[in-house]
Design a protein around this ligand. Structure first.
Ligand SMILES: Cc1ncc(C[n+]2csc(CCOP(=O)(O)OP(=O)(O)O)c2C)c(N)n1
Length: 676
């Protein structure tokens, strides 16, 4: 290549990179808040990746075979917004000027489904890294399902930018260990090794050898010593793309706030605006006009916007491949189209198992396993697993096999004892599109995955959680394994639908609802212990579950008392209701598997179930009392638990904690001021 051209290109690259930097510092200065350091240090890597390597179409950010890009350190959001604007996404310079302002497209941390081109919501460090693993896993599975010798309709990479914070968080260890085990070779991470976090140099907390750590995880590790050397970055990316067996980690030495004469390399630049004077000095150093803000040289926009044409070409090439695929494999092509739209196969729930009271008792976790398997037969793109508790959670799809290095078409994901990463990975699979993911563990360990569940709620991702062993009835394992506050704390997460079915019938309805739900995660709360199958010829049908609460049994006349129960406590409450009626008390029993679903119904329906003038009510749930006052009112009572559990057989615990029909009857009589 001729020397003049090379020098010219280098100069132009520098101008583009410095535009990313100045846009970022200007937006942060104007907002008077934000994180300028990382965008400035990472600008060269971001520029070279986005303009030369990343397969993306700014005019169609949802094109299913695009490469995925995740900015795991969401605090560096201005880096992403600068890239989106410069490369031609639906984000204007005006949007950038409104960084962090009310209703702007440029919130403090990137938000999925809010800003076009943002693949996931990031901010809680480490989550994005696990999301990226989920996306890479989804790509492998879909590729093995759909691709044919003559046509690859799904064939993309997933790139993730991480910082020291991501590397410190435990979730990155869990996720990296699994990614290495699975050999997810199309997952490429750039680690911004700037050796600075909020409290100062990483010398004070983080001195491990990250390269050795990732090599031990079976990753392909490349080091680039100069974060401004875009040729080396490009080569490292190319080398990583060529790696066929392992995920890649590019350890990039950068300087935080590169270009700021007084703040470069300093923690001061991590999370505060540089300051007017420092911004001026930085621009001066870059040769940018110091009297202008948000200055984008025309030639920079021209170069970066070449992504638009390249993206169009890439997508139209893909379309040709897809068209040929459609001709050769029309059924598969149709399946792909529906899956990417998130549509369910027809008759997916037509053969759910039938449960009869005569079959004996069955735990809702066991019923769940049967229902899951029936649905899996009709829904080939349903996949998931458990954090090493599959035999207990009943989450295995019997007709399939493990998702492993040599069998990416397997639908049983072995997450290992990695609940936190599992939550982030499920989010990544869901974000990728085309698949319906589920994941299980004991309810008590849902705490380990609270952050990703919260993010699934925030992003409205239709992930399904299978949380079993849902109360003190777990028994002998004792209070460490007995959830008490968990259902209440899950109910506190906005956007999460919590369903605690009473028996096998309600479990089938809960799955039906969870699979159909496209707007937000659903947590199924299931019993370890066997439960009676409620006789639906005598009591109301289980499809009332869709309304969150329904009248299961009623009195002949207007009720004097309403008993409201969830999950395993419904059958003892039904017994209690029967007993009260025998005693001449007009008692209604309501099964309330889901508060959220109930709250979504009309006031008229709610008033029909919980008659407003019948305020003598008792709730029965083997968990903390918190929240039930909402339904029992100040005239009612709650049968619940106000302490941790204990180690003893489950039946003994339920009895001692008052979860018996006798106790419910006595409490009702007391409340009504009647003699036993
Ligand atoms: C789970 C979590 N804990 C804490 C924070 C607060 N926080 C934001 S950035 C940051 C430091 C991150 O350091 P690094 O990744 O090196 O970013 P850089 O300083 O390079 O911008 C912390 C602790 C967070 N966002 N998420």
């Amino acid at each position: 290549m001729n020397e003049g051209f090379t020098a010219g290109k280098k100069k132009m690259d520098e101008l583009c990179i410095n535009t990313i930097r100045t846009l970022s510092i200007d937006a942060i200065q104007k907002a008077n808040s934000g994180h300028p350091g990382a965008p400035m240090g990472l600008a060269p890597a971001a520029y070279v990746l986005w303009t030369e390597i990343l397969k993306h179409n700014p005019k169609n950010p949802d094109w299913p075979d695009r490469d995925r890009f995740v900015l795991s350190g969401g605090h560096a959001s201005m880096l992403l917004y600068s890239l989106l604007y410069l490369t031609g996404y639906d984000l204007s310079l005006d949007d950038i000027k409104k960084f962090r302002q009310w209703e702007s497209k440029t919130p403090g941390h990137p938000e999925y489904a809010h800003t076009s081109g943002v693949e996931t919501t990031t901010g809680p460090l480490g989550q994005g890294f696990a999301n990226a693993l989920g996306m890479a896993l989804a790509e492998k599975h879909l590729a093995s399902f759909f691709n044919r010798q003559d046509a690859k309709i799904i064939d993309h990479y997933t790139y993730v930018f991480c910082g020291d914070g991501d590397m410190m968080e435990g979730i990155s260890s869990e996720a990296a260990s699994l990614a290495g085990h699975l050999g997810l070779s199309k997952l490429i991470c750039i680690y911004d090794d700037n050796k600075i976090s909020i409290e100062g140099s990483t010398d004070i907390t983080f001195t491990e050898d990250v390269a050795l750590r990732f090599q031990a995880y079976n990753w392909h590790v490349v080091k680039v010593d100069d974060g401004n050397d875009i040729d080396s970055i490009k080569n490292a990316l190319k080398e990583s793309k060529a790696e066929k067996k392992r995920p890649s980690m590019i350890i990039l030495s950068t300087q935080i706030a590169y270009g700021s004469p007084n703040k470069q390399g300093s923690a001061d630049a991590h999370g505060a605006p540089l300051g007017e004077e420092e911004v001026r000095l930085t621009k001066e150093g870059f040769g940018f006009p110091t009297d202008k803000s948000f200055h984008v040289p025309k030639e920079v926009l021209n170069i970066c916007r070449e992504c638009v044409e390249r993206g169009k070409t890439a997508q139209s090439n893909w379309q040709k491949t897809f068209d040929a695929y459609e001709t050769a494999h029309p059924d598969l092509a149709e399946q792909w189209t529906q899956a990417i739209k998130g549509n369910l196969p027809t008759r997916w729930d037509s053969d759910l198992p039938e449960f009869k009271p005569g079959d004996g008792q069955i735990a809702t976790r066991a019923a769940s396993g049967k229902v899951l398997n029936a649905i899996a037969e009709k829904m080939p793109l349903l996949l998931g697993g458990s954090a090493d508790l599959a035999p207990s959670n009943k989450t295995v799809i019997d007709s399939s096999f493990d998702f492993q290095k040599n069998s990416y078409n397997g639908r049983n994901i072995r997450f290992g004892v990695r609940e936190h990463a599992m939550g982030g990975i499920l989010n990544g699979i869901s974000l990728h599109g085309g698949l319906k993911p589920y994941g299980g563990t004991f309810l008590v360990f849902a705490d380990y995955m609270r952050s990703p569940i919260r993010l699934a709620g925030l992003m409205k991702l239709p992930v399904i959680y299978v949380f079993t062993h849902d109360s003190i009835a777990v028994g002998e394992d004792g209070p460490t394994h007995q959830p008490v506050e968990h259902v209440a704390t899950l109910r506190a997460i906005p956007g999460l639908t919590v369903i605690r079915p009473a028996d096998a019938h309600e479990t089938a309805e809960a799955w039906r609802l969870a699979v159909k739900n496209t707007h937000g995660p659903v947590a199924l709360i299931l019993s370890r212990q066997k439960l009676p199958i409620i006789d639906r010829t005598e009591y109301a049908p289980a499809d009332g579950l869709a309304k969150g609460a329904y009248i299961l049994s009623d009195s002949d006349q207007k009720p004097e008392i309403i008993l409201i129960a969830t999950g395993s406590e419904v059958s003892i409450t039904l017994e209690a209701g029967k007993e009260l009626i025998k005693k001449g008390i007009q008692a209604r029993v309501v099964s309330m598997p889901s508060w959220e679903l109930f709250e979504n119904t009309s006031q008229e329906y709610k008033d029909r179930v919980l008659l407003p003038d019948v305020t003598t009510r008792i709730s029965v749930e083997a968990g903390i009392h918190m929240g039930w006052e909402r339904y029992v009112t100040s005239s009612g009572e709650t049968v619940g638990i106000a302490r941790f559990g204990a180690s003893a057989p489950g039946g003994t615990l339920m009895e001692n904690f008052g979860f018996t029909s006798e106790n419910i009857v006595n409490r009702a009589l007391n409340l009504l001021n009647r003699q036993p």
